[in-house]
Design a binder for this molecule. Structure first.
Ligand code: AMX
Length: 433
């Protein structure tokens, strides 16, 4: 057993009495109420999910296990010469809430190496799909195709509830170890004439992904930063919630994560990173080679709003300030690509868009989210096929949602089953005031 798994087991055993006590002694304590607009309006803000992996504050943004993004980057072990921590060390941190030593992180690297081989049938399935399938369809299909590998599913009938987490953790590690190769395969197969670069599993996950994508340094650090930043955003967002919901039926990690990816593929969620680049490219085409100005950007933003569309990369269901994930990527750009024209344009949009959205007066948050900045970095390092960007988000998101469903199983979280009401019932409540 790895030190991570042993530590996780201890943590789970320490934690269980807290959940049991809350349920037994305080189960009927009221923590929220539900209004009609929340009922119709996507359950916004209703407190009805529990996770200790991350917490999102509307002002300060995400905390992973209590740490803000800069604190997370500073605390975790890094490889010599790397600016960002390894994904492996972050996996340890998300699962246990503790900072691993370099040796503990390396043990995960070796563990993932042993789990990394992608079954050949996955590539056959991907090759059988129409070549113009969206890369997110390919990623989700590949994950689903591997469901027969699930250790949880195989063991289910002989397991006791308290043991569910063990094989879920195994499935999570198996899946996580394979995802970079699957994602890189999709990229090279679809956009590089099938010129596949075999993995080098001596490298950590970020560096190996960069290697399989065929992109030179510092893309290894981009991959590490990107996967960590996109990993988790507490439990209510569509991809995390979907993964949790599907897993709550005791569907295994493959079914659950594939479903989560399908939610991530929506333009209001993870696909926004693709939409941002598409918006910028269309804007540049309209500019016909002329230098962008704040006036032109403003006019284009209004055109988008007036045509009934959202400005991609702006707004958020929870955040009410600039997304710290945006800021983290902006700081990377300032350091590595300060004079890049696309970066300058994104900064120009940042100066203009919040004012336009505020003037329009609809959105509760006129500030940029993670997706407004992320494509610029990818584009700079040669990854210009922007319909691939959500796949990168998906690989990162796996880290968070898989850690979450492992803990869901450990704490015996119930089948999720909220209650629906009819419009007539809402009208009755409305009449009673
Ligand atoms: N452009 C235009 N209008 C926007 C807007 C934007 N960027 N953000 C919100 N609005 C509008 C909403 O569409 C809504 O209009 P309606 O009343 O006509 O339906 C109104 O403002 C109120 O919305 P809200 O309460 O501020 O936001 P929300 O919680 O309903 O939605 C989100 C949040 C992210 C879906 C929304 O801000 C949006 O569509 N943003 C653009 C897409 C995007 O960037 N998504 C990625 C989010 C991060 C992620 O998950 N990756």
């Amino acid at each position: 057993m790895t030190r991570l798994k042993a530590r996780l087991q201890e943590k789970i055993e320490e934690h269980r009495p807290r959940t049991t006590r809350l349920l037994k002694e305080f189960g009927k304590v009221v923590i929220d109420e539900v209004t009609i607009d929340q009922c119709i309006g996507g359950a916004r803000d209703i407190k009805c999910l529990v996770t200790d992996i991350s917490y999102l504050d509307s002002q300060e943004g995400i905390r992973f296990r209590g740490k803000l993004i800069p604190e997370t980057f500073a605390a975790l072990p890094k490889l010599p010469g790397a600016e960002y921590p390894t994904v492996e060390s972050f996996w340890y941190f998300l699962l246990t809430g503790e900072i691993p030593t370099a040796e503990e992180a390396e043990e995960i690297h070796q563990d993932f190496k042993a789990r990394a081989k992608v079954p050949a049938y996955v590539f056959d399935v991907l090759r059988a799909l129409p070549k113009d399938s969206h890369p997110m369809v390919m990623l989700s299909t590949a994950v689903l195709a591997m469901q027969k590998e699930s250790k949880f599913n195989k063991a289910y009938h002989s397991l006791k509830k308290n043991d569910y987490w063990d094989t879920t953790y195994e499935d999570a590690c198996d899946l996580l170890a394979k995802l970079p190769e699957i994602a890189a395969f999709i990229y090279r197969y679809k956009y590089k004439n099938g010129d596949i670069i075999p993995g080098n599993y001596e490298l950590d996950m970020g560096a190996n992904f960069a290697h399989m994508m065929g992109i030179a340094k510092p893309y290894d650090d981009v991959a590490r930063m990107y996967f960590i930043l996109h990993s988790d955003h507490e439990s209510g967002n569509v991809s995390a919630h979907t993964t949790h919901l599907v897993a709550s039926a005791l569907s295994d990690a493959y079914y659950a994560f594939s479903a989560g990816l399908n939610g991530l593929a929506g333009p209001l969620h993870g696909l926004a990173n693709q939409e941002v680049l598409q918006w910028i490219m269309e804007f540049q085409t309209k500019m016909n080679g002329a230098e962008p100005t704040e006036e032109n950007v403003k006019a284009a933003l209004w055109d988008t709003l007036n045509s009934g569309h959202v400005i991609p990369g702006y707004g958020h269901a929870v955040l009410r300030k600039t997304d710290p994930r945006y800021t983290a990527q902006m700081e990377f750009c300032q350091k590595h690509l300060p004079n890049d024209p696309l970066f300058k344009l994104v900064n120009m949009i940042y100066h203009v868009a919040p004012g336009v959205l505020t003037e329009q007066g609809k959105t509760k948050n006129p500030w940029p989210n993670v997706d407004a900045q992320s494509g610029v970095i990818q584009w700079y390092y040669g990854l210009t096929e922007y319909d691939f960007y959500t796949v990168l988000f998906g690989v990162g998101r796996a880290i968070g949602v898989l850690a979450n469903i492992t803990w869901d199983r450990a704490l015996g979280y119930a089948l999720e089953r909220p209650k629906s009401v009819t419009t007539a019932m809402l009208e009755d409540w409305a009449a009673k005031g």
